[in-house]
Design a protein around this ligand. Structure first.
Ligand SMILES: N[C@@H](CCC(=O)N[C@@H](CS)C(=O)NCC(=O)O)C(=O)O
Length: 228
């Protein structure tokens, strides 16, 4: 059994989607990041960077002590290796997938995160920051679109892999971030195919909640600064 320490956000969805794709039994441990639960000592013990998601595998392959994993890239790889699915084992296929998982966790996720922050949440509109991250986000959308044009199907080739599960949840934020997929035809095709998977829909519905605007308290907890 896997414990999934989770909130329904793009990073959380990567792992709920993979768990649904794998059909592995798991228990959701909700972490209310707007209320500061990511700073509780029991959560920090498994996720020292105070970010969701994290997992605890209570039945690891070596039958030893539970294994905890934080960082979505590491969790995707851990679960793919545990089950032998969605990550090829041959060096070429594995490298093809891992480079796009790393690209997502080091590039697409952080840049869209910063663009979202300055575009949507920052109390002051800082044109330099908004432009800087919008340019980066636009560049990365272009990189993904070109790659999907080359493969003609999924991010790392013909097969659906953890690279798709890493990238897809962040592209779901495109409307809020002011992007239209009409500008990225290959991405648009891929987006529709991935979104149509029942397992993806199941992953997205885990812990679904009604979105409320950020309270000043949540803003202080998550961004370390008050509105005023
Ligand atoms: N690099 C991390 C990023 C995780 C992350 O940023 N999670 C956000 C939610 S999407 C979070 O926990 N935020 C809590 C906070 O900002 O205090 C990963 O890939 O796991």
């Amino acid at each position: 059994m896997i414990d999934l320490h989770y909130a329904p956000t793009p990073n959380g969805w990567k792992i709920s989607i993979l768990l649904e794709e794998l059909g592995l039994p798991y228990t959701v441990v909700p972490i209310d990041i707007r209320a500061g639960e990511q700073f509780k000592p029991e959560f920090l013990a498994i996720s020292p960077n105070n970010r969701i998601p994290a997992i605890v595998d209570r039945a690891p392959a070596d039958c030893g002590e539970p294994i905890s994993v934080f960082e979505t890239g590491a969790i995707l790889i851990y679960l793919a290796e545990k089950t032998g699915r969605y990550l090829p084992v041959d060096a070429r296929g594995r490298t093809r997938v891992l480079q796009w998982v790393m690209w997502q966790t080091a590039g697409l996720g952080p840049m869209l995160g910063q663009h979202g922050h300055f575009h949507l949440y920052a109390p002051e509109k800082i044109p330099y920051a908004i432009d800087r991250f919008r340019r980066e986000a636009t560049r990365l959308y272009g990189v993904l679109d070109t790659q999907l044009g080359k493969t003609g199907r999924f991010v790392a080739g013909d097969e659906y892999t953890i690279a798709d599960m890493a990238c897809f949840p962040w592209t779901m934020t495109h409307k809020a971030q002011g992007f239209t997929l009409d500008d990225y035809p290959n991405l648009k095709r891929w987006y529709a195919e991935v979104r149509g998977r029942p397992q993806v829909q199941a992953g997205l519905s885990v812990g679904k909640f009604v979105k409320e605007p950020f309270s000043d308290e949540a803003r202080t907890i998550m961004f370390g600064a008050s509105k005023s």
